[in-house]
Design a protein around this ligand. Structure first.
Ligand SMILES: Cc1cc2nc3c(=O)[nH]c(=O)nc-3n(C[C@H](O)[C@H](O)[C@H](O)COP(=O)(O)OP(=O)(O)OC[C@H]3O[C@@H](n4cnc5c(N)ncnc54)[C@H](O)[C@@H]3O)c2cc1C
Length: 602
């Protein structure tokens, strides 16, 4: 059934509107076409990437390029590219699932793939003119050409709009000359096209250009040596220098001064895709870890039978499950929003742009949460392997190193945390999400007399769903109080923003896991979904702890006296379980399931 405007929440609205489980998309909802895509991508990963892992670790950059070409032959580079430009024109969910299942073999390939299909191609599909799209996108979609994205400079990282690279118009107005230095450019070593951001005169904002690159006719473009990195070792990363590089004026993207907007919007898509790219790594890390733990014996016992190891297996499974739940929920929201916009007359280009922009908050949430979860999973994976985990000969070592970059690129996790809350507050100010009304209600509730009724929580997830509602109230109380206190200056209070972001992140992730499970219970049974129920409950339990800690820290920082006491009492109420879940039992149940299946099996 087609989604209608009223079925789909706007970006950030999850916080103030209740979502029914029927309204979330889950990995169990993959269509036949999506399942086929998933299987084909997994088979490619198993055949072309995983067996060659040692070569990737030995910095075989040529292999990365070769596998990228093979991915192009299979059509994987063109999943999201419209058919008019030689692509498959599949929906956003398919784009996300391709990123997910192609990424677990090695971070080197995953980065090359993400940089090419995301930030290397999207600025043209999203902002290019018809001529630019006709000229470049088919080449990028097939892998005849590879794309790179040149935003970062030595002095302009997180502050991306501060770059010093210049673009100077020729006297006849037909070309621009680009001069400057870019650094950390993924795919630089084998790209034929770069999206380059440069400043024209003393414009406030940078401008985007499509720059062709031919090694035999370099047009003033030179490159530094490959960077030697902690992880993603066979991903090409170089500095790129532009010295009077001549670019046709027609290759400007969107318009003068529009570059910062392009850069940010391309990153929104990049962020959800990066989250997806961390998912199958988590699944694979857990599968390899449980395999080892079932085999490895100490004290005449498989280590998987020890409670200490079961804890790790269960926690790894629960965070991978929550990550999947939230990523596919947001991916489908984006896909539906794009479809709706197209139906109401937007071009595909406009619809995609606005559709993704709408969920920029969720994209930042996912980027932060899943990049940190994969790092934790790899870390615990090493621990399960003991000394062998520390050896290059086992896969955990490279998984751990490869995972580390995800917290840095596509906007650091600090920047994304602050962005998520900042964007939400801006949306509220513009009236796109009504936070004010619900925040006022929470204020009234704080001043009122609490109910001492004991609710009936016998129905599955009734207490958990009530808890999610209370966590949302906590966010509204904290963010509402902070906005009241600091107003426009809120962005100067970074510790507060980051704490509020942690609350927001936990709410979205925990709610997504619960809704997915509830939906699946309705179509199967509680018995069949027993381990999934345990994972959703376990994830929520930790979420509540984090919300309590971050809420307390925030309230103490901006409220004093009676107001502080009232808010702290509210926090206590909003983070209180009537019936605590026995998380030791939950972990045992999850771990036993994973042990029995000898893999991540959800
Ligand atoms: C392997 C790799 C591949 C990359 N690929 C590309 C690519 O293809 N194209 C491209 O353009 N870039 C790429 N990058 C660059 C990447 O996007 C930047 O490294 C990233 O945005 C951070 O910028 P920076 O390194 O200058 O760190 P900085 O911005 O200097 O940040 C350093 C620290 O300060 C924090 N910080 C910065 N500003 C603030 C602030 N306002 N408030 C609070 N904390 C702040 C950051 O969170 C971080 O912890 C890549 C980087 C790497 C390492």
């Amino acid at each position: 059934m087609e989604a209608t405007e009223k079925d789909i929440l706007r970006g950030g609205q999850f916080l103030v509107k209740e979502t029914k489980c029927e309204d979330v998309f889950t990995p169990e909802d993959f269509s036949e076409e999506q399942t086929m895509m998933k299987e084909s991508v997994m088979e490619f990963n198993d055949r072309e990437i995983i067996p060659h892992k040692p070569r990737f670790e030995a910095k075989d950059y040529a292999l990365t390029e070769e596998v990228m070409r093979k991915a192009g032959d299979m059509g994987f580079l063109s999943v999201s590219v419209p058919e008019a430009y030689g692509g498959m024109g599949m929906g956003f969910v398919s784009t996300v699932l391709t990123c997910d299942y192609i990424s677990s073999g090695t971070g080197s390939f995953s980065t090359a793939f993400g940089a090419h299909t995301g930030i290397g191609t999207l600025p043209i599909t999203l902002y290019g003119t018809e001529e630019q799209k006709q000229k470049y996108v088919p080449k990028l979609a097939t892998g005849e050409w590879f794309g790179a994205y040149c935003l970062t400079e030595p002095g302009a990282g997180s502050d991306a709009n501060s770059g010093k690279t210049t673009a100077t118009l020729s006297a006849d107005g037909k070309t621009y000359k680009i001069n400057g230095q870019k650094m950390w450019i993924s795919n630089a070593g084998f790209c034929s096209l770069m999206i380059v951001f440069a400043r024209i005169e003393d414009d406030k904002n940078i401008t985007g250009f499509i720059v062709e690159f031919d090694k035999n006719n370099p047009n003033g473009i030179t490159m530094g040596e490959e960077e030697h990195k902690l992880g993603i070792r066979a991903s090409s990363t170089r500095q790129v220098f532009f010295n009077d590089t001549v670019v046709p004026a027609d290759n400007m993207l969107a318009g003068r001064g529009e570059g910062f907007k392009i850069a940010m919007n391309a990153l929104n898509v990049g962020r959800i895709k990066l989250a997806a790219a961390c998912l199958d790594s988590q699944r694979r890390i857990l599968s390899i870890a449980v395999n080892y733990a079932n085999e490895r014996k100490q004290f005449k016992t498989p280590i998987a039978d020890f409670g200490a190891i079961k804890t790790k297996l269960a926690e790894m499974a629960a965070s991978a499950y929550a990550g999947e739940s939230a990523t596919y929920r947001a991916a489908k929201n984006i896909e539906d929003r794009i479809t709706l916009r197209e139906a109401s007359g937007n071009s595909h280009q406009e619809a995609e742009l606005k559709g993704v922009e709408e969920y920029a908050i969720e994209c930042s949430i996912l980027k932060v949460a899943v990049s940190e979860d994969v790092q934790n999973a790899a870390d615990e994976g090493i621990q399960i392997f003991g000394g062998m985990g520390f050896s290059e000969e086992t896969p955990m070592e490279s998984a751990w190193r490869d995972a580390r970059i995800a917290r840095i690129y596509e906007g650091t996790n600090e920047i994304n945390r602050m962005l998520s809350v900042g964007m939400l507050v801006k949306k509220a100010m513009k009236g796109h999400v009504d936070l004010l009304g619900p925040a006022q209600k929470v204020q009234e509730e704080l001043m009122g007399i609490p109910s001492f009724d004991t609710p009936d929580y016998s129905e599955l997830f009734s207490e958990e769903k009530e808890m999610i509602k209370k966590l949302k109230k906590t966010f509204l109380m904290v963010a509402g109080g902070a906005v009241q206190k600091y107003g426009q200056n809120l962005e100067d209070h970074q510790q507060l923003l980051i704490a509020a972001a942690d609350i927001l992140i936990e709410i979205y992730m925990a709610e997504s896991a619960i809704l997915r499970t509830e939906k699946n219970v309705k179509r199967t049974s509680e018995k069949e979904q027993s381990a999934q129920i345990a994972m959703a409950k376990l994830y929520l339990y930790h979420a509540v702890d984090i919300v309590e800690e971050k809420g307390k820290e925030s309230i103490i920082s901006f409220a004093e006296g009676d107001e502080q006491r009232m808010m702290l009492m509210g926090l206590k109420r909003f983070t209180k379980y009537a019936n605590y879940p026995d998380i030791v039992d939950l972990r045992i149940e999850i771990a036993e399931k994973v042990k029995a299946e000898n893999k991540y099996c959800f």
